[in-house]
Every structure is written in structure tokens, then in C-alpha cells.
Design a protein around this ligand. Structure first.
Ligand SMILES: Cc1ncc(COP(=O)(O)O)c(C=O)c1O
Ligand SMILES: N[C@@H](CCCC[NH3+])C(=O)O
Length: 388
């Protein structure tokens, strides 16, 4: 829900742009930090969801660490001022160059995704005379009950080390003098809305932790990843139920004294804090279909084209005008020359006109960062609520 004064301000700004509600972001971060505090849970923000430095400043300010998936993200986290001892580096395909850079920056932990990666990391650490802290990312074969394109913890997924490879993994760890094994890591998927899934994850984490401990390994860290979803259908002032989420881990995870529990949340922290603000360029009324052609497309927000993801769409200009409104079903499309460049099909909207301002909601996560230059589009700009 946008205030009339915001809509008036949008009219004077060149579209399209991401509009960040910095106050809502702050509230969301604070709610998460307060919910984690009683359990002493550690939060690492997953930069992949949004690495915009303005947001990162706020996230760093709340005291969270950084979960990175490339040397670029590690560098960005360091530049913004995240404590290097709170930076973790996951990823199924870390290059030697990336590993070397992260070793030089003395990050907290490498979340290692294959036995070969363990060997390479050890070699590179030996060459630098450094000890690398590692957690093993295990693929627990837990169904996240989310869109199949964004599930990561099933046997068929490329992520993590499979359970049948753990004996060899344990041997490699023992034979790697420059690796310090500190824990186990999991991440089963994204946009998880059924919290029972996390109970199943806890059961598996407990089993794997016991397996390692029985072999004489000491686990300092249990990293359960992220994935907590948001409500794309009700974006207004929505803050995820962090308390209920953390309570599940508190109840179902066997945590030993002095063991730390780490989380890697992305979408849940930033997802509701932004909308993509765009303008209707043309209205095309056809025989079978009506189209609103926006000045933003899949190049600015790729999720609908990539995963048929739902984002609530609002015509802000017409919602502001008080008159009897005719509702019309429109396909809301972008300007890109791809038929999948569509934000929603048969979406009921008030009768719309050229120049109307639209908001595509819940676009704070995997929005701006997944923008592309396809069709040689201008880079997408960002506007912050505390600046206009
Ligand atoms: C290893 C890892 N950690 C954390 C995340 C953050 O996920 P989300 O934004 O769903 O919380 C992801 C992305 O899915 C990931 O791959
Ligand atoms: N980019 C995806 C999620 C992938 C999360 C990263 N493993 C999305 O927009 O929903």
C-alpha cells in the first residue's frame, strides 16, 4: 500500500526504478535479530538475494554476517565493512582464483560442496601457508516443497556432498593438514513457506552431526542455511514470522554446549522491502486479450519469466483516483522481444491508461541483482524511501 504522497513523488521520477522502503527493511531486520537473540542464533545475510550496498550497510549495522557465493560477493561484503570473521563462502563451483582471494581475506569459513573442492582448497591453503576453516555442505535429501527450480537439497540437485560420499569426505578431511573442519552446512531450497520442512531438516542435521561425532570429529558450527519464504500475495508491511521459524530449530535441533547455530537468510530479510516502479507505455485492447505494455520487463525483474513467479501488480495511478472503476483483465507485459516477458496474465486491474504508474511488489529479493542487459537495456536505477 503506497501513500498518496509517495505516488505523487513517483510521478516526477524517471521510470523504471526499484523503490526501497528502508524503514520496512529496518523493521524486518530488527524483528529477525530480536527473534534470534534468545537462542544466540547467528545470522548471515545471503548477499545473492540483493547485494545493493545501501541495503548491505543497514544489514551490517544490525550485526549480521555475510553469506557469499562468489569472490565478487566476498569482496563486496568486505568493502561494505562486514567483519571478515563473519563471512562464509558457499558455491558449487568456486574457481582457484576465487578461493585464493577468499584465503587472502581470511574469511570465517568455506562451505565446501565436493571432495575435489576439499583437495583443491587444501592445496591452495598449503601454498599460502594458511589454515582454511571449512564446513561440509551436505545434501540431506529433504524435500523443501517449493518450486522445483529453486529446490537444492534433493539427491538430484548439484549442491552439496551426498551422504554416500561422507566416508571418503571424512578421510580427505583427516588427510588435509591445512583444513580445519568446523562444522556441517545445509541449504535445502528457497521460498519455503511450509515450516514443517525445517523439522525434517533438523532430524537430518542431527543424524549427520552424530555421524561425524561418532567418528571423532568435533562440530563447532551447525549451519542450517536459509530459504524462509515471504507472502507474495500480501505484500503490505509483511514481516516473516521469524519467531516461529527459529522456535522450530530451538525445539528440534540437538545443539551441544558451545556449538553455534548459523542461518543464511536472504529473501525473508529483504524481499518485501522493494517494489519495481514502472509506467504504462501503451494499452493494447485486442479481441481476445488486453495488454498493458510497461516500461520495465524481464530484464529488470526476471522471476516471473524464469519461474512463473507471482508478484502482486498494482496500478497506483488509478487506485488513487476516486471514481467508479471498471475492472479489466490485462496481460501485463514488458518491452522485451520475448513472449515470456510477462509479469502476469489475465490480471484484474482498474481500466488503465498510458502514463499510469504501476508497482510490482515484493521485488526486494532476486530482483535488482538478477537484472540483465539483454536488448541493451539501460541499467536499472534505485530510489530509497528516506531520500525522496
Ligand atoms: C547456500 C545458500 N544459502 C542461503 C541462500 C539464501 O536463500 P533464501 O534467499 O531463500 O533465504 C541460498 C539461496 O537459495 C543458498 O544457495
Ligand atoms: N533466484 C531465485 C531463488 C534462488 C535462490 C538462490 N539459491 C528466486 O528468485 O526465487
Amino acid at each position: 500500500m503506497f501513500a498518496d504522497k509517495d505516488i505523487s513523488k513517483f510521478n516526477n521520477i524517471e521510470t523504471p526504478f526499484y523503490y526501497y522502503d528502508t524503514e520496512l527493511l529496518q523493521k524486518t531486520l530488527r524483528t529477525c535479530a530480536d527473534a534470534a537473540a534468545p537462542f544466540k542464533f547467528h545470522i548471515h545475510y545471503a548477499l545473492k538475494a540483493n547485494f545493493n550496498s545501501v541495503l548491505l550497510e543497514q544489514i551490517k549495522g544490525i550485526g549480521f554476517g555475510a553469506d557469499c557465493v562468489s569472490a565478487g560477493e566476498v569482496r563486496r561484503a568486505v568493502e561494505v565493512g562486514f567483519d571478515h570473521k563473519k563471512i562464509v563462502f558457499a558455491g558449487v563451483g568456486k574457481s582457484d582464483k576465487e578461493i585464493n582471494e577468499a584465503l587472502d581475506l581470511d574469511i570465517f569459513c568455506f562451505n565446501v560442496e565436493s571432495i575435489q573442492e576439499l583437495e583443491v582448497l587444501n592445496e591452495l591453503a598449503v601454498a599460502k601457508g594458511k589454515i582454511a576453516q571449512v564446513a561440509i555442505r551436505i545434501n540431506p535429501n529433504v524435500d523443501a516443497h517449493t518450486h522445483h527450480n529453486i529446490t537444492t537439497g534433493l539427491d538430484e540437485n548439484k549442491f552439496g556432498i551426498n551422504s554416500w560420499d561422507l566416508p571418503e569426505c571424512a578421510e580427505t578431511l583427516k588427510a588435509s593438514p591445512n583444513l580445519k573442519f568446523i562444522g556441517i552446512h545445509f541449504h535445502i531450497g528457497s521460498q519455503i513457506t511450509n515450516l514443517d520442512v525445517y523439522k525434517n531438516l533438523c532430524v537430518r542435521v542431527n543424524e549427520f552431526a552424530k555421524w561425524f561425532e561418532d567418528k571423532g570429529f568435533k562440530l563447532e558450527v551447525l549451519n542450517v542455511g536459509g530459504g524462509l519464504g515471504i507472502d507474495y500475495y500480501n505484500p503490505d508491511n509483511q514481516i516473516p514470522d521469524f519467531a516461529a521459524y527459529f522456535q522450530i530449530f530451538n525445539e528440534f535441533l540437538d545443539v551441544k554446549p558451545n556449538q553455534e547455530v548459523h542461518f543464511e537468510l536472504g529473501r525473508a530479510l529483504v524481499g518485501q522491502s522493494a517494489s519495481l516502479i514502472t509506467r504504462a507505455l501503451y494499452i493494447k485492447n485486442g479481441k481476445k486479450k488486453n495488454f498493458v505494455v510497461l516500461d520495465a520487463g524481464m530484464t529488470e525483474l526476471m522471476r516471473p519469466a524464469l519461474y512463473q513467479a507471482y508478484h502482486k501488480i498494482e496500478n497506483l495511478t488509478q487506485s488513487k483516483i476516486v471514481r467508479l472503476k471498471t475492472e479489466i483483465k490485462y496481460d501485463i507485459v514488458g518491452p522485451i522481444c520475448e513472449s515470456t516477458d510477462c509479469f502476469g496474465k489475465e490480471v484484474e486491474q482498474p481500466e488503465s491508461f498510458r502514463g499510469d504508474i504501476f508497482a510490482i511488489r515484493s521485488a526486494g529479493a532476486y530482483g535488482e541483482v538478477m537484472a540483465s542487459k539483454y536488448n541493451l537495456r539501460d541499467a536499472i536505477r534505485s530510489v530509497y524511501s528516506n531520500e525522496i
